[in-house]
Design a protein around this ligand. Structure first.
Ligand SMILES: NC(=O)c1ccc[n+]([C@@H]2O[C@H](COP(=O)([O-])OP(=O)(O)OC[C@H]3O[C@@H](n4cnc5c(N)ncnc54)[C@H](OP(=O)(O)O)[C@@H]3O)[C@@H](O)[C@H]2O)c1
Length: 271
């Protein structure tokens, strides 16, 4: 089938931000393919074509992109939303655990981009929207592996955007703050718990849980993603919601020492 309607492929559309984004893109006039690792367990989403996709598998990525292209004849927007969190002190996190986080959050994005780009270059148009985080520019203690993965996505996306712009394609970043999803519950827990960090880790976990409870609705992030997908002149970065916007401005303007003290205070770290 070929279509005049734009086509969007959203990874991790089985829950949270991805689910809300898939529905918002349908409302904005897109054909939407939404993915999850096992969509037989996902309640059908109105207007969204569900496909199985595990971003850590080259074969699964190739099959999902091929199926989207064969079914709709084009891919206009790729939303790289699938992601996992990782809690715990850096020293409590094994290299294997960090590799697993990067396999989804970073290499998963790279697999998707490499598979989708030939289609977008052939069309001479397309948008790749990578979901970063406030932690992509503001490192949070007790989430070092996750913050590192989102910092990697920030750098990767900026480099990519310079390269693909000549081919009619843009690579953009969306930065959510705390958002009310199952993200925290789905996050990896410390593999090597150490007594030295236990008390502070519990404090930070409580701070995080409170922040997520009072965080943005996933629809706030979906709105920023739809803007990135449809703005006639897209911005390289979109913050989602007021907290993310404020954090971005502060990160740019506040002296490093002030910022450092603020992070420690927020996480109830001494000194
Ligand atoms: N919630 C927040 O506070 C927050 C803040 C900033 C940024 N973010 C980012 O927003 C994105 C979405 O997170 P969320 O909050 O909506 O969390 P979520 O509800 O846990 O959703 C994560 C999604 O990723 C999918 N996923 C996980 N591993 C995958 C894999 N290997 N292959 C394919 N899909 C996979 C999950 O699908 P299945 O399990 O069904 O496969 C699920 O749909 C992530 O990139 C996250 O880092 C979240």
């Amino acid at each position: 089938m070929t279509t005049d309607r734009p086509v969007a492929l959203v990874t991790g559309a089985s829950s949270g931000i991805g689910k809300e984004t898939a529905l918002a893109l349908v409302a904005a006039g897109f054909h939407v393919v939404g993915t999850g690792r096992d969509t037989s367990r996902v309640t059908p989403l109105g207007g969204v074509t569900l496909l199985d996709l595990d971003v850590v598998s080259d074969a699964s990525v190739a099959a999902a992109v091929r199926e989207t292209s064969e079914r709709f004849g084009r891919i206009d927007v790729l939303v790289n939303n699938a992601g996992v969190g990782s809690m715990g002190a850096a020293e409590e996190t094994s290299v294997a655990q960090t590799q697993a986080v990067f396999d989804t959050n970073v290499f998963g994005v790279m697999r998707m981009v490499n598979e989708v780009l030939p289609h977008m270059r052939a069309q001479r148009s397309g948008r790749i929207i990578n979901i970063s985080s406030v932690l992509g520019f503001l490192p949070q203690p007790y989430m070092a592996a996750y913050a590192a993965s989102k910092h990697a996505i920030e750098g990767y996306t900026e480099s990519l955007d310079h390269e693909v712009r000549d081919h009619g394609v843009r690579a953009l970043i969306v930065e959510p703050a705390y958002t009310r999803t199952g993200f925290e519950a789905n996050s990896a827990k410390p593999e090597i718990p150490l007594h030295a960090y236990a008390k502070q880790r519990q404090t930070v976990d409580r701070v995080m849980a409170e922040a997520v409870r009072g965080g943005d609705a996933p629809a706030v992030v979906a709105k920023a993603i739809v803007a990135a997908a449809t703005d006639p002149k897209p911005k390289p970065r979109y913050t989602a919601g007021p907290l993310a916007g404020r954090a971005r401005v502060l990160r740019r303007l506040a002296p490093a020492g002030v910022f450092d003290r603020q992070i420690r205070k927020m996480n109830r770290l001494a000194g």
